[in-house]
Unconditional design. Structure first.
Length: 180
């Protein structure tokens, strides 16, 4: 766990950046250091799979492209455990060709999904994913992120009655001078 926490801590980059949701910030989480680091993705996949099994989850998914490495890792691990989970992804926009679906994956009336992402911040992606799934009458069990920036994602998810389950929060991994 200490090695994984060190790797996650090393994903924090201290420089001013433009936020996807607008505005700027003095640091960012370099998610490539999370999702492309074998020890981190394996740690996260094991934790997520245990949560999924505890809550009777049938599907694992999230927003393309940030959630896809996690989804793949959890699905692969679930096969090795003998109880496979199905995967799905939520596109940011419809493709102008093919099925043009925003949600890619097959669900049944009793599907129970766990949403995943590398980093949660203001919660705009989490909110969008929840709205799309709820509009399709798909039951959401929770939302897991590797790192929660402790901004507004928790508040956004609570509006839907959905728990945010971060594996790490920003205060655990930031340098002391930057921690809130």
């Amino acid at each position: 766990m200490n090695r994984v926490k060190d790797l996650v801590t090393n994903s924090v980059v201290y420089q001013q950046i433009q936020r996807r949701t607008g505005g700027t910030c003095d640091y960012y989480i370099d998610s490539t250091k999370l999702i492309f680091e074998p020890e981190v993705i394996t740690f996260a996949a094991k934790k997520i799979l245990n949560l999924a099994y505890e809550h009777g989850v049938t599907h694992i998914g999230g927003e393309a492209t940030s959630a896809l490495p996690l989804v793949g890792a959890v699905m692969a691990l679930s096969i090795s455990q003998g109880t496979p989970l199905k995967g799905f992804m939520i596109r940011k926009e419809r493709k102008p060709y093919g099925k043009s679906e925003l949600i890619e994956g097959e669900f049944s009336v009793d599907s129970r999904v766990l949403l995943v992402d590398d980093v949660t911040g203001m919660g705009s992606a989490a909110k969008r994913c929840c709205e799309l799934l709820i509009n399709q009458n798909i039951s959401i069990i929770g939302f897991v992120s590797i790192v929660d920036r402790q901004e507004a994602a928790l508040k956004e998810l609570r509006k839907f009655g959905i728990a945010l389950i971060p594996l790490f929060n920003i205060n655990e991994i930031m340098e002391e001078d930057y921690a809130k």
